[in-house]
Design a binder for this molecule. Structure first.
Ligand SMILES: [Zn+2]
Length: 180
């Protein structure tokens, strides 16, 4: 048995580890983003809602992306996803450019050669995440491929704007590696 198989064979522990890892990631983000004495703020409420959602067994990855979006907003880096940030065009397929500040339309992708290809389904969800209050998240079914795209997109946004090495995220990555 390799490490992965051993952890895989302990499902309950594995589930709890996952939840703890996501909760600790949310806590670490909150810690970086909140100024002192903001315990009554919108962001703090969203953090609270993240933990409640995890406890209720809602999709942990989706919760963490929603919360990452709140953190980006709080830090002043909310991406513009409804139209092209360069020309205002609303016609896709859009690419995501963290450095340009959001969506780039087909005419403008040249502005950022590193702009990320995001499928239409994932893009719709990103737009939804921008608007959705975490307290209102219900059960949501997202295809694994779409989740992979969401992860890539959110990670690029977080890395471009916050650029903080997060201990809890490395732990999540480690767990992910054993999840195959
Ligand atoms: Zn454009």
């Amino acid at each position: 048995m390799n490490h992965g198989e051993i952890i895989e064979s302990h499902h309950r522990l594995r589930e709890q580890l996952d939840l703890a890892a996501y909760a600790s990631y949310a806590a670490e983000l909150t810690d970086k983003a909140l100024q002192e004495d903001e315990s009554g703020s919108f962001l703090f409420e969203q953090f609270h809602a993240s933990l409640t959602g995890l406890e209720e067994g809602k999709d942990a990855q989706i919760i963490s992306h929603l919360y990452e979006m709140r953190i980006l907003e709080a830090a002043g880096y909310a991406p513009e996803l409804d139209f092209c940030v360069n020309c205002g065009n609303e016609q896709g397929p859009m690419r995501l450019s963290p450095y340009a500040g959001g969506a780039l339309c087909p005419r403008c992708t040249g502005q950022d050669p590193h702009a990320i290809k995001v499928g239409e389904g994932a893009f719709k969800l990103l737009r939804l995440f921008r608007r959705m209050d975490l307290r209102r998240l219900g059960a949501i079914q997202v295809k694994p491929e779409t989740k992979q795209e969401l992860k890539k997109a959110m990670r690029a946004l977080m890395d471009a704007h916050l650029g903080i090495p997060l201990k809890s995220r490395s732990f999540l990555d480690q767990l992910d590696k054993y999840n195959i």
